[in-house]
Ligand binder design. Structure first.
Ligand SMILES: Nc1ncnc2c1ncn2[C@@H]1O[C@H](COP(=O)(O)OP(=O)(O)OP(=O)(O)O)[C@@H](O)[C@H]1O
Ligand SMILES: O[C@H]1[C@H](O)[C@@H](O)[C@H](O)[C@@H](O)[C@H]1O
Length: 366
């Protein structure tokens, strides 16, 4: 029986919908496995949103062999295996000098169909597939149930070699998603992916955010464009930087920040992610500092007041100060972590190897 007292303990209604399969990531260097981690853009994004206390719903599929414990329970497909990516970091071995890694999809879980999505409304939807699991009709359904949809182009333009699963990119114009672009809010592309689309054409329909690794990002919309400064980082593994960028970006939008400030938060979480191998663990003191800075920024300039249909593009006054405050929060936390680690003799960076103790099937059973 539901009593009145339950109301005070209700979990806040999720306002962000994340759609994309979880996967197992295997990082390989010189034929040696250097790390294994939970992967999939949805896992990186959820980690940022959970850390920043933004309620979200997540739709991901996994197979019977899924081996991580996660906050957001995926849909278990017993007859399937979990999607697996092998990431090769042998620079120079492959003929794609402009890529930071060669990715192979070596196992594939089921696609996500419109009927897998919740029957509810959301402020923001995030179409963030990694293995081709988001279908045009799934994106269309997301557009119907979310006020603003953010899309990672990697969900739309990836093709996989029939023999060894090597990820190849196809031109956005050749996909079944092109006609949906005027109905989405934001398309996130990396500089490598940007050559597989016509940025000048697409920016007339939706906001295009081009992420540029250590150089930060560029936000393009129909009437203008703007460079957003990066944060310094000691890169260990680039995996998931773009995903965490999206997590920080949507956190900023959810908090009512203007697009340039939200993109700064995206750069911030991207920079934290490259400093760790695999799925990052965010320090709780740092997260609290970031929340405080976002609150401060919010009180300086609140733009949306609950209406997310209109994104605000102009760079608000105090943007550079917001950048410095976030950078200072990162430095301060790094110093205090370093001091405590110097005493305990712990290694510098947290690696995310396969966590045997945490291994569970998707329904939580060991
Ligand atoms: N070496 C770095 N130093 C500082 N910030 C970085 C670095 N690499 C990435 N970032 C931040 O993360 C964001 C996303 O990175 P990137 O442009 O590499 O995206 P991506 O290629 O989609 O990433 P991935 O596919 O590896 O998830 C950048 O816009 C930047 O803000
Ligand atoms: O976990 C990673 C991550 O989500 C990357 O953004 C994606 O490019 C890879 O395919 C995936 O294995």
């Amino acid at each position: 029986m539901v009593t009145a007292s339950h109301k005070t303990h209700q979990v806040p209604t999720p306002r962000v919908l994340i759609v994309g399969n979880y996967c197992h990531d295997v990082l390989i260097q010189n034929d040696t496995v250097v790390g294994e981690s939970l992967g999939g853009a949805s896992s990186f994004i959820a980690s940022v949103l959970d850390g920043m206390s933004i309620p979200c719903s997540l739709v991901a599929k996994v197979g019977h062999d899924f081996r991580y414990q996660v906050n957001h329970i995926p849909i278990l497909v017993p007859a399937s295996k979990t999607t697996v990516f092998h990431a090769y970091f042998d620079s120079g071995v492959h003929e794609n000098g402009n890529q930071d890694r060669v990715l192979k999809r070596v196992c594939l879980c089921d696609p996500i169909s419109p009927t897998d999505l919740p029957d509810a409304r959301f402020d923001f939807g995030m179409a963030v597939g990694v293995g081709g699991e988001i279908l045009p009709q799934t994106l269309e359904r997301m557009i119907e149930i979310c006020d603003v949809v953010l899309v990672d182009i990697q969900a739309l333009i990836r093709d996989f070699d029939a023999v060894d699963g090597t990820v190849k990119l196809v031109d956005l114009r050749e996909t079944g998603f092109r006609s949906l672009l005027p109905r989405i809010g934001v398309l996130k592309v990396s500089s490598e992916e940007a050559v597989f689309m016509d940025v000048e054409e697409v920016r007339k329909w939706c906001c295009v955010v081009v992420t540029k690794g250590e150089d930060g990002c560029k936000v393009c919309w129909k009437d203008g464009e703007m460079e957003i400064s990066p944060f310094l980082a000691n890169q260990e593994d680039p995996t998931g930087a773009g995903d965490s960028f999206l997590g920080g970006f949507v956190t900023g939008l959810m908090q009512g920040l203007a697009v340039p400030d939200a993109a700064l938060l995206g750069n911030f979480f991207g920079s934290l992610t490259v400093e760790q191998i695999g799925l990052p663990k965010f320090d709780s003191r740092l997260l609290q500092r970031v929340k405080d800075e976002v609150q401060r920024r919010k009180t300086q300039c609140l733009h949306y007041e609950g209406n997310y249909d209109e994104l605000m593009f102009l760079k608000p006054e105090g943007h550079e100060q917001f950048h410095s405050s976030l950078g200072a929060a990162k430095l301060l936390t790094q110093h205090s972590i370093q001091e405590s680690k110097d005493c305990s003799g712990q290694p510098k960076l947290a690696v995310n190897p396969v966590n045997d103790e945490a291994m569970q099937t998707a329904d939580g059973k060991p």
